[in-house]
Ligand binder design. Structure first.
Ligand code: MG
Length: 268
């Protein structure tokens, strides 16, 4: 199932089933919660505005999880996953603006990512059982203010990754039963119509199952936890000339089977 969360014509938050490639202004209404028992009602409904497919309970992120991106970043391949977090307040809906903070200069970058959504609480999850804890997958854009990431947070990346609107998610969540192999998905970033990242989750250093097993070591993963799994090469800071997001831009992350996550860029 390809689940969308949206506002209906009465402004109510609903869940619906919306096949990729079909109409985006309607969906088949689903009843219940994605974390318990989302069931088809057989009732069509209008979609007024798409929302991020879930409200994250936590957002874990993985740095340098693609070898070519580690190389373009000038860092060695990690021995263990590099983990950082974003506050849940950074989550942003499809179509809503990414806002460039007033304290940022030319430094705000894009990163297309496979975002894993945990459906079943777990701790010390064995790698062999890890994918059974996944509710589904969506696309994420790990917006990154590079100066604040590298120099403004005392060595911690979180500062430059945490500003409001810095975590667009969507446009839909494809359930794990419909996406049994998360390591065979193409993902791209397109900025103002130009493709700047074009990769495959096949190139991850640590797989989704390995990441879940690693992160859950003595650490509870709640339902609704989002894991941003890293980005392929082609980010703005590693390009010559460098590319920075600017007000007026349109940035689109596309994930195979999930669809296009499009956001305009504005000043804060
Ligand atoms: Mg990232």
């Amino acid at each position: 199932m390809r689940i969308v969360r949206f506002l209906d014509e009465q402004g109510q938050i609903r869940f619906g089933d919306q096949p990729l490639g079909g109409p985006t202004d309607s969906a088949q209404l689903l009843a219940g919660s994605p974390f318990t028992d989302l069931k088809p009602t057989g009732e069509p409904t209008g979609v007024t505005k798409l929302l991020a497919p879930i409200e994250p309970s936590n957002i874990f992120c993985i740095g340098c999880n693609y070898a070519e991106h580690a190389k373009e970043s000038g860092v060695p391949l990690p021995e263990n996953p590099i983990i950082f977090m974003k506050p849940t307040t950074a989550a942003t809906n499809p179509g809503d603006p990414v806002r460039i903070p007033t304290i940022c200069r030319d430094e705000v970058d894009y990163e297309c990512e496979l975002a894993v959504v945990i459906g079943k609480e777990g701790r010390n999850i064995p790698e062999a059982d890890a994918l059974n804890h996944v509710l589904g997958y969506t696309a994420g854009n790990d917006i990154s203010a590079r100066v604040w990431q590298k120099h403004g947070g005392g060595g911690q990346w979180i500062r430059g990754k945490s500003f409001d609107t810095f975590c667009p998610l969507g446009p839909a969540l494809v359930t794990a039963d419909d996406l049994p192999d998360p390591q065979q998905l193409n993902l791209t970033t397109t900025l103002n119509g130009k493709v700047l990242q074009d990769g495959s989750t096949d190139d991850m250093i640590f797989t989704v199952a390995e990441l879940i097993a690693f992160i859950s070591s003595d650490t509870t993963l709640l339902p609704g936890t989002v894991i941003m799994t890293g980005t392929p090469p082609g980010v703005g800071f590693a390009r010559d000339p460098k590319v920075w997001l600017q007000p007026g831009d349109q940035v689109t992350v596309e994930l195979e089977k999930v669809g296009k996550l499009c956001n305009p860029v504005e000043s804060a």
